[in-house]
Design a protein around this ligand. Structure first.
Ligand SMILES: [Zn+2]
Length: 267
């Protein structure tokens, strides 16, 4: 759906936003399109950089392009007591560690599970306090939310998080600056599995990831279904991960978390 290159226009990007139906029956993704257009006026460069193709070309560090012999594996939206432990078990069986971009409110709800992710050797990072478009909040509110999420994740991990990814990958200059002040580098992704959709299957997620995956890439997947994703879509992710790991192994790429990806320090 995003085509080779991961989407190069605002409308194409917008189709990739998880859609749900509001009271009027219109897809909420349409609202996001409007928000994105507004953001382009307010915070032009960061909003444009939310688009995958220009991001990879003009802002490789923001896209998560790291050292060529490494692939960063990242999971968004957890922790969730049903699905996250299954992903942790799979990764443990394969001896692979990853970066989990956690939603602060989910960490507050499941602090022990968040700590277990870190105890298993994975990196914890920040995916906002709530899984909402940050453009709906004032810069001060965004800074407050990120500070609270940062604190929740730092407490669970026992160490301050180094990376931030905004919900839906829609970044504002306020969010980028707030993350930077907290010592976090903002990282999006170079390829994704579109694993939040109702159509997602293990093989479809694998093919979508593989299409844009290169050495040095950052893979975006989800260890749980946020409330804008298809219920239980994480099962497709779970089915896809072993084949994605096989692909990386065959290509000679080591798979790991962002802190091993060779990105410059956040500060
Ligand atoms: Zn998310």
């Amino acid at each position: 759906m995003t085509g080779r290159g991961g989407g190069g226009t605002a409308s194409r990007y917008a189709t990739s936003l998880p859609a749900r139906r509001g009271r009027t029956g219109r897809r909420v993704a349409g609202t996001a399109v409007a928000a994105l257009a507004g953001a382009a006026a307010l915070h032009a460069a960061p909003a444009v950089l939310a688009l995958a193709a220009p991001r990879r070309r003009f802002a490789p560090t923001l896209a998560g392009t790291g050292r060529a012999d490494h692939v960063a594996l990242t999971f968004d939206d957890g922790p969730n007591p049903t699905s996250t432990p299954k992903m942790l078990q799979l990764l443990a069986d394969r001896g692979v560690t990853a970066t989990f971009f956690l939603v602060g409110a989910n960490v507050a709800r499941h602090p022990r599970l968040a700590a277990e992710i870190a105890a298993a050797g994975h990196e914890l990072a920040v995916h906002g306090l709530h899984h909402k478009l940050l453009l709906r909040y004032s810069p001060r509110r965004v800074a407050d939310h990120l500070a609270r999420a940062h604190e929740l994740v730092a407490t669970a991990a026992g160490t301050p998080p180094r990376f931030f990814r905004p919900p839906y990958g829609v970044l504002s200059s306020a969010a980028w600056a707030a993350a930077h002040r907290l010592g976090m580098r903002t990282v999006l992704w170079t390829t994704w599995g579109r694993d939040w959709t109702a159509q997602a299957t293990g093989s479809a997620v694998y093919r979508t990831v593989a299409r844009d995956l290169r050495g040095g890439g950052t893979i975006l997947l989800h260890d749980t279904a946020s409330d804008t994703a298809a219920p239980e879509s994480w099962r497709a992710t779970l089915a896809a991960v072993p084949t994605i790991l096989d692909l990386c192994q065959d290509a000679g790429w080591k798979v790991g978390p962002l802190h091993d990806h060779g990105l410059p320090d956040p500060r």
